[in-house]
Design a protein around this ligand. Sequence first.
Ligand SMILES: [Zn+2]
Length: 300
Amino acid sequence: MRRREFLWAMGGTAFVGKLPPVLVHEHVLVDFVGADRIRPGRYDRDEVFRVARPKLEALRQFGCQRLLECTPNFLGRDPELLARLSDVTGLEIWSNTGLYGAGAHKFIPAFARIESAEQLAKRWIAETREAWRPRFIKIGVNSGPLDELDRKLVRAAAITSRHTGLTIASHTGDGAAALEQLEIVTAERISLAKFVWVHAQNERDHDLHEKIARAGAWVEFDGIGPKTAAYHLECVRFLITNGLLNRILISQDAGWYHVGELGGGDFRGYTYLYSDFLPLLEPAQVPVLVSENPRAAFGA
Ligand SMILES: [Zn+2]
């Protein structure tokens, strides 16, 4: 396959990479009302479209090709809205299948409390045959030790991954929960290269970051923004120093339209990573972190 060169702007300097950048963890819309109360029509889709569009267009200016929208079902996942925004901005926006058990299971619908991991996986696999097609599995679990329901979500994700080849991105409370998930995924015969430890920055023990990266899973430092950049940089540099550049993912966990707040509330833009954070890294590391690793983790 012939790789095309792509020119994009980074911190005001022209940068030649091999393939354009991908953001692996952002949000366009989130509704925190809870699985028992969420329903269509809680927001005006046209208004969300108007609010989100310029944020996504600004991101396109940096040459970003694709954004993985990590809002799970029952938290405001809206593939139709994402498709409209993708059409008008030219940005690929990937949505997901799965369920979010973090937040003390507030976002878990009643059926998922009763059904088995196999039954949940069957639902998620069925979604991959929908026209909008989820491109990854997004789950969420609380801190370790994991309870029964969280363990079930991880097993359901692993089964879904085995049948579809999709990668699992798991919002994870802490390093103990990450280690426990690796065991579950491995027991289901899924390669750890298909597992992403989301919010790894919430675990302050760098040795755990290293241990999990060395085991072959992806360690994702998201939530990068002006207030956290120094600590995120420390996390990234620690793994790079230990020879693990090729297991790191970085993103901002930015956005989003907050359903229920006036005008969608404080919508954080998606460009800080490119404008301010990447220039802090060695130039040779940048294409690996923003393009090669995301594509290796989730697909080219
Ligand atoms: Zn998120």
